[in-house]
Write a protein of this length. Structure first.
Length: 350
């Protein structure tokens, strides 16, 4: 793996981080330093909707989108060369009731939002909204048939590395919905019956970079479900699943190599090695301490650091050892927010 400083000099491109803060209903912008540190942008804050909860950036690094839990919409922004955010035409865009999670397919054509309804805003039926991205302006247009019905209280959604399948974690029903993505329109079609996680209250999910395995955090039963992903998108439970975690299991991410998995557990991060079968084995030294109560987790685009939204504490940064999987706190952690960080992600500048 190329050291951070060498890689930055080779590409000549800056990296930016963005976090959503629910106290101020804002997106906070940072420049990512060579050692993973975060420095606020010259314009450090950008207006969002009410209770922004999840954030996603398209693969080109041109557009950023935020779901706002209590205003039931999606804020869209164009990312300038200096990291500054500017609202895209038509923003904010209507969503369902209680949009809690947002993801963008790897092709950068479509956006999907899990509307968790009664879990979040107390109104309406949960669903998944789909949008097509205007590649010139970043504006969102609902795809045909949107919103799409999942199971009870869909809370999180992710898309496989080919952009062929979408997977939805259904909090109340304890299941994963599997959808086939129409490659032309972006519409979702249920491809199989929902799959029980084997745990309770699934809250977040992720795929490994190669699309071999799907992992789900079950915050009600404090464990992690693991599935092998077949070529037709079907999920098969991995022997030993679900794997034990700890209290307050929420955020989840797989390392860029696909060798390690990390899960938030209250004031720490649990680390696992991923076996060739997809089974999880706890890492030595895990859990790795955090500065505050972690609610979500993401990796930087260069693959060297993990960032966690530590609720009232701010944003935590961890350096990832690519050989052992060990996490080391970055100097300066936590990096300030305005009191209630919910999600964080990064982008490579243009």
């Amino acid at each position: 793996m190329v050291p951070p400083t060498s890689r930055a000099q080779t590409t000549g491109r800056l990296e930016f981080a963005y976090a959503v803060d629910q106290n101020t209903n804002a997106v906070l912008g940072y420049k990512v330093g060579a050692t993973g540190t975060l420095t606020p942008l010259a314009t450090p804050s950008f207006h969002a909707g009410v209770a922004p909860n999840s954030i996603a950036i398209d693969p080109t690094g041109h557009f950023l989108y935020v779901v706002n839990l209590l205003s039931d919409n999606v804020s869209g922004y164009a990312i300038s060369a200096d990291g500054t955010l500017k609202p895209v035409p038509g923003s904010p865009f209507p969503a369902g009731s209680g949009p809690g999670w947002i993801t963008i397919d790897p092709t950068g054509r479509f956006v999907y939002v899990a509307n968790c309804a009664d879990l979040c805003s107390g109104l309406g039926q949960g669903s998944v909204s789909g949008y097509a991205i205007n590649k010139t302006t970043g504006a969102l247009t609902a795809v045909p048939g949107s919103p799409f019905t999942a199971d009870q209280i869909p809370y999180a959604v992710t898309v496989d590395h080919t952009g062929s399948f979408a997977y939805v974690a259904n909090f109340r029903s304890g299941t994963i919905s599997v959808f086939k993505i129409d490659q032309c329109s972006g519409s979702l079609w249920a491809s199989s019956q929902s799959v029980p996680t084997g745990g309770s209250d699934p809250l977040a999910l992720t795929l490994d970079p190669h699309g071999r395995f799907l992992y789900v955090t079950n915050t009600g039963s404090n464990n992690v479900s693991a599935f092998a992903v077949e070529s037709n998108g079907v999920l098969k439970t991995i022997p030993g699943s679900p794997f034990a975690s700890e209290n307050s299991t929420q955020g989840i991410v797989v390392s860029p190599s696909g060798e390690f998995l990390y899960v938030t557990a209250g004031f720490g991060v649990l680390g696992y090695s991923i076996e060739t079968s997809g089974q999880l084995v706890p890492l030595a030294g895990s859990p790795f301490p955090a500065s505050g109560f972690l609610v979500s987790l993401s990796q930087d685009k260069r693959g060297h650091y993990l960032y966690g939204a530590a609720s009232a504490a701010g944003v935590d940064a961890f350096k990832l050892d690519p050989t052992t999987g060990k996490l080391t706190t970055v100097t300066g952690t936590p990096f300030a927010t305005h009191g209630n960080a919910a999600s964080v992600t990064t982008a490579i500048g243009r």
